[in-house]
Design a protein around this ligand. Structure first.
Ligand code: ADP
Ligand code: MG
Length: 208
């Protein structure tokens, strides 16, 4: 991944989130406060604009700018969680171009940031349930040297599987946890947006 690809990724996330804004909000209306789509749409639209105008020498500069913009524009739990994750990615990628191994390590730093701030573990019905398996898949592909596009596609598949697996879970973190057993039977909005973020990465890197 180079700076152009990093920019294209953030722009692709903004498009995907914009397209699925109502769906994300609908999921959040079932087990939250019905703002996840509008939150993320506002944040990623601002981030896409910010990185388009940014004069960046490193992948990290693009992703750090994305994180900072998300933190300052998204209200709610997901702003600091996603913002912190993108900043962690940015900090780990202080290079003009990153190979799959370096990107895998950065994704792991992003996961660590989300878990440090939110203290959620897999199975708590949060974005972690999509993010953690995506990182594990990306890492495995990086080890097998299958290339960036293959690693990103495997990560997106794993994120989507993790997203679907949140439906039967009872939420133990965030707003949805206030519902107790009533949170069962609904797909987690944050896990859904994480799956969109990884699918956007796969789509961006698959382009010839
Ligand atoms: P809010 O809950 O403040 O309204 P959003 O609706 O934007 O924020 O985001 C909700 C999503 O954030 C949840 O679906 C969940 O995936 C994620 N989330 C909430 N709390 C945590 C946490 N402690 N750790 C990880 N993810 C969390
Ligand atoms: Mg919400």
């Amino acid at each position: 991944m180079d700076t152009d690809l990093a920019r294209a990724w953030v722009q692709a996330i903004a498009v995907a989130v914009g397209r699925h804004k109502d769906y994300l909000t609908q999921l959040d209306s079932a087990i939250g406060d019905a703002d996840h789509g509008t939150n993320l749409d506002r944040g990623f639209a601002a981030a896409a604009t910010a990185v388009t105008d940014l004069d960046a020498d490193t992948v990290g500069a693009v992703l750090t700018k994305t994180g900072t913009t998300l933190i300052s524009t998204i209200g709610g739990a997901s702003g600091p969680l996603y913002g912190g994750a993108f900043r962690a990615l940015g900090k780990a990628l202080d290079v003009p171009s990153a190979d799959p191994e370096a990107f895998a390590a950065a994704l792991a730093a992003g996961l660590e940031s989300i878990q440090k701030l939110g203290t959620a573990v897999p199975g708590d019905k949060t974005m972690i349930d999509a993010y953690a398996p995506a990182v594990a898949s990306f890492e495995e592909q990086a080890r097998r040297r299958t290339g960036f596009a293959t690693a990103a596609a495997a990560a997106a598949d794993a994120a989507e599987e993790g997203m679907r697996a949140t439906t039967p879970l009872q939420a133990r973190k965030g707003r949805a946890s206030y519902l107790g057993a009533r949170s069962v039977g609904h797909q987690d909005p944050g896990a859904t947006s994480t799956a969109l973020i990884f699918r956007a990465l796969a789509d961006t890197t698959a382009r010839p």
